[in-house]
Write a protein that binds this ligand. Structure first.
Ligand SMILES: Cc1ncc(COP(=O)(O)O)c(C=O)c1O
Length: 298
């Protein structure tokens, strides 16, 4: 383990003041540079005004502002924002919402579709839809029902599309989760965007909820603000984290498309979406301000 004493911009410094370039941006999070004065100022001023208030029955201006700003720049017709902790809980909640969407409509769908070699986090749902690896191997017995397909390339595109079509016929698929355009943890594996678009079209024709995991790709990593903006078919759910937080506080946000939110909002409260995961950590307005600061820099 390398001890780090301080950081500034793109550099990390050890206790002897030797500097190192943070080339991985502390896993894609510190994209605005470490110890950014604007973010420090925003967090300090927010902490002096309102440190936190629980979202259960309360809200606050920074949270509303951030949601509005994000909805304005996200692809598709996103209409709702759900705040939580980090990248893993973003995808976890995305998965839960996809499953509950069908439950609320009175349809039993319990299978999820995902790409081989994908990485979606370390909670159980997220591990279930990630590629099989030494990290999640010990937990496989407890996974959700998942069918995996290879990422489409120029060579296997037709085969993958056929495979997906067959899985849709054979299983009650509730949701399809994917890292759009590039699989980060798989080694920045770029794959065929047009085939992904076709897959999304195929899924949406069957009312399969498409969950774009933009935890890594979000905020400019692929040339556009969001990788999903480069596709014709936009997802029902987008998971964000990493750059949105500048790595400061655990943070994630999951916006959902208008059409998708109806079964949650038009029904009585037992069908409303809730989760026990996020309550203790979500109320920090300081995070919202930090995010507002980072967004303002786009
Ligand atoms: C695409 C993707 N999804 C989800 C996650 C999980 O995020 P976190 O580490 O914040 O839980 C990661 C983490 O690297 C990721 O790259």
């Amino acid at each position: 383990m390398m001890p780090i004493a301080r950081a500034q911009g793109a550099l990390l410094f050890d206790p002897e003041e030797r500097s190192y370039i943070d080339g991985i941006s502390s896993w894609y999070t510190a994209v605005y540079g470490h110890c950014h004065p604007e973010l420090i100022g925003a967090v300090r001023s927010q902490m002096e005004t309102l440190d936190q208030v629980v979202f259960s029955g309360f809200t606050h201006r920074p949270a509303v502002q951030l949601a509005e700003q994000l909805l304005a720049v996200l692809p598709g017709d996103m209409s709702k924002v759900f705040y939580s902790d980090n990248g893993s809980t973003a995808t976890e909640i995305g998965i839960k919402m996809a499953l509950q969407y069908h439950f609320n409509r009175g349809e039993k769908r319990s299978v999820l579709l995902a790409f081989e070699e994908g990485f979606h986090g370390d909670t159980f749902g997220a591990m279930s839809v990630s590629g099989l690896s030494v990290y999640n191997g010990p937990f496989e017995d407890f996974f959700l029902k998942v069918k995996r397909i290879p990422v489409p390339t120029a060579e296997n595109k037709q085969e993958v599309l056929k495979m997906a079509e067959q899985l849709l016929q054979e299983h009650a698929v509730a949701g399809f989760i994917y890292e759009p355009l590039v699989q980060g943890a798989a080694g920045m594996k770029i794959y065929d965007a047009s085939a992904l678009d076709q897959l999304l079209g195929m899924m949406q024709a069957e009312e399969v909820i498409c969950i774009a995991d933009e935890v890594m790709t979000g905020f400019g990593k692929t040339g556009s603000l969001f990788a999903s903006s480069q596709l014709q078919h936009t997802p029902e759910i987008i998971c964000l984290s990493k750059a949105l937080s500048a790595g400061w506080c655990l943070w994630r946000r999951r916006p959902a498309a208008k059409k998708y939110t109806r079964p949650f909002t038009r029904t009585k409260s037992p069908k409303g979406f809730s989760t026990g995961i996020l309550i203790p950590r979500t109320p920090w307005p300081v995070r919202r301000l930090a995010k507002l600061g980072t967004l303002a820099k786009q």
